[in-house]
Ligand binder design. Structure first.
Ligand SMILES: [Zn+2]
Length: 584
């Protein structure tokens, strides 16, 4: 489970917690009867022991939390590919089951990077990694000259000295907040990235921020560069004394580079039983990566130990394998349409694997009838299972009702197709999606999410239901009727904050900007003419290099504001005007 849509500011305030709130959204059940495609009794076909064996391996300490780009994730990818091969799945038009792509996991810092302080008291070279280090969002570059003191950088007036300078300046800011400041009451985000962005937008060519503890950039912390050098300085007594000198100047060389690593989606397919529609596809997916040894996505950020991710998402990956094995071993049960099984990587970093897969699909997207996603299906309690995306196609609710009637599980529905997992990348391409989810729990995104807590029998029931669903989707005559969703109405009136209705793509964009995977039907973004594929480069006069710049700029506006948005579209820069709505 990863970050939710269009609320990065929300995420940056509550790192890792958005899903709990969304998970609590429940929807009313629909009641009509439909014809079920008869098939062999399948409940017992999925052996819970086999599923648990997959979970035990994937969630073992040996794989160290399967962080994308780390050896544990590569071992998981090799394991999945080997399983696909042993079941007899076909690789997708290539030799390999693995679809490689690159991600930026963090930055590398050259050891000869340097920071020198100068003032009337003399000069002092700070020790890299001990007294200073670039932030993970730092750009490469050098700067020298007098600094502008900008206090805590939480108020506009803090940047007056910087803005009044001829040409770019160097901003020095205190980290954190002053004693008398209540960040929650003020709604101001005191994070270093927010401050550094404000300093850049105020004309800084480099930013220095003091910190209580250095946070050396580590893997799993996608940088999204600020575009200028941004460094942390430890708040030792001696250094703070220097930093208070009015005549302070610096010489800074931040030699940083994005660290790009190859990661892999793993893909295998089974041809459909009916040549007439075998070119039509049901995509079944699950992400196999997780948080590794902890870090930014963890809800126990101080614990550096394997985040085993047994439920998130070794369980979904195990179910993907179990169902692939079932259909491979039972050609008589195979539906008319073909089945594509995809284990995604880098979901925890912002759906990067599914976004890459959907934009480099080994088949035409219009051939995809539906996408079924398994993310956290290992903790069925009291037979309850949630299904997300039920209002992305008209036929889903009735179909699920009939399967629910035949299953020991009790289903509850959430209509939204945009959720904090990989189905979002497909729904943004107008493909009906369903996400099966057994509910959140207090081990979510913590090291304690271990195999011992997994309900394997419950997983097998989810598997049996999913097989029924896949057969239905794979056999039904004709396409599903896609529903382009407007934003779900919040319960009980009044909202807060500005709303635009874009669906951001968290992947990196060559040359900077924020690519949109799509826009919500009927939203202010839709009305303004924004489209999926557009790259936002400016928002109300603010440069947008990445998702953070975009979110900060949006958040600095109010519902009802008219804003000019510049996008790159097919090599052209297009200017659009939007009237912001109210977020619910
Ligand atoms: Zn997950």
């Amino acid at each position: 489970m990863t970050r939710s849509i269009e609320s990065v500011a929300y995420i940056s305030r509550n790192q890792g917690r958005p899903f709990r709130r969304r998970a609590l959204l429940l929807l009313a059940l629909a009641t009509t009867c439909v014809f079920i495609v008869p098939g062999p009794a399948v409940a017992q076909e999925i052996d819970p022991e086999v599923l648990l064996a997959h979970v035990k391996y994937l969630a073992s300490d040996e794989l160290a939390g399967r962080e994308a780009g780390e050896p544990g994730a590569d071992s998981a990818a090799a394991y999945i590919a080997k399983q696909f091969e042993s079941y007899g799945l076909e690789p997708p038009g290539t030799e390999s089951y693995r679809q490689p792509f690159e991600i930026t996991t963090t930055i590398s810092i050259a050891p000869d990077s340097r920071l020198l302080l100068r003032s009337g008291r003399g000069s002092m070279t700070l020790e890299l990694f001990k007294e200073w280090v670039p932030f993970n969002f730092s750009g490469a570059g050098s700067a020298s000259g007098e600094v502008s003191h900008a206090g805590y950088g939480l108020r506009d007036e803090d940047y007056e000295e910087l803005e009044s300078r001829e040409g770019p300046g160097i901003a020095l800011l205190r980290g954190g907040v002053p004693e008398d400041f209540d960040p929650h009451g003020s709604g101001v985000d005191p994070s270093p990235r927010r401050k550094a962005t404000a300093a850049r937008d105020a004309g800084a060519e480099a930013v220095l921020i003091t910190v209580l503890q250095l946070r050396v950039p580590q893997a799993g912390d996608p940088p999204h560069s600020l575009g200028i050098p941004a460094v942390q300085i430890i708040e030792s007594e001696e250094i703070l004394a220097w930093l208070e000198d009015d005549d302070l100047s610096i010489v800074l060389e931040a030699k940083v580079e994005p660290l790009r690593v190859a990661v892999y989606n793993v893909v295998g397919q089974l041809p459909g039983a009916d040549p007439a529609v075998a070119d039509e596809l049901i995509v079944v997916g699950a992400h196999y990566d997780h948080l590794g040894m902890g870090g930014p996505g963890s809800l126990a950020p101080d614990l550096e130990e394997p985040h085993n991710g047994a439920d998130d998402n070794a369980s979904g990956t195990a179910l993907l394998l179990g169902i692939a094995q079932y259909f491979a071993a039972h050609p008589e049960a195979r539906p008319a349409r073909s089945l594509v099984f995809v284990a995604f990587s880098a979901e925890e970093m912002g759906l990067l694997g599914s976004e890459y897969f959907i934009s480099h699909a080994p088949f035409p997207l219009e051939k995809v009838t539906a996408m079924l996603n398994f993310d956290m299906v290992g903790r069925v309690r009291e037979g309850k299972l949630q299904v997300f995306g039920t209002e992305t196609a008209e036929e889903f609710a009735a179909l699920l009702d009939s399967l629910d009637a035949a299953s020991p599980l009790a289903l509850s529905y959430v209509g939204d197709g945009y959720g904090p997992s990989d189905q979002t990348s497909f729904y943004a391409r107008e493909i009906p999606v369903l996400h099966l989810f057994s509910g959140t729990h207090s081990e979510y995104h913590r090291p304690e999410d271990d195999w011992q807590l997994i309900n394997a029998a419950g997983m097998a029931e989810v598997g049996a239901l999913a097989i029924g669903l896949i057969r239905e989707l794979g056999e039904r005559p004709g396409a599903l009727t896609l529903i382009k969703q407007e934003r779900p109405q919040a319960r009980g009136g009044g909202g807060y904050g500005p709303y635009l209705g874009t669906v951001p793509d968290f992947g990196e964009v060559e040359g900077g900007g924020l690519r949109l995977s799509g826009v919500r039907e009927g939203s202010p973004a839709d009305q303004a003419g924004l489209q999926g594929g557009d790259v936002v480069i400016e928002f109300a006069g603010n440069e947008v290099l990445n998702i953070y710049d975009y979110t900060y700029a949006l958040r600095d506006h109010a519902p009802g504001d008219t804003v000019v948005i510049k996008v790159r579209r097919e090599g052209e820069v297009v200017e659009l005007t939007a009237v912001l709505g109210r977020r619910q």
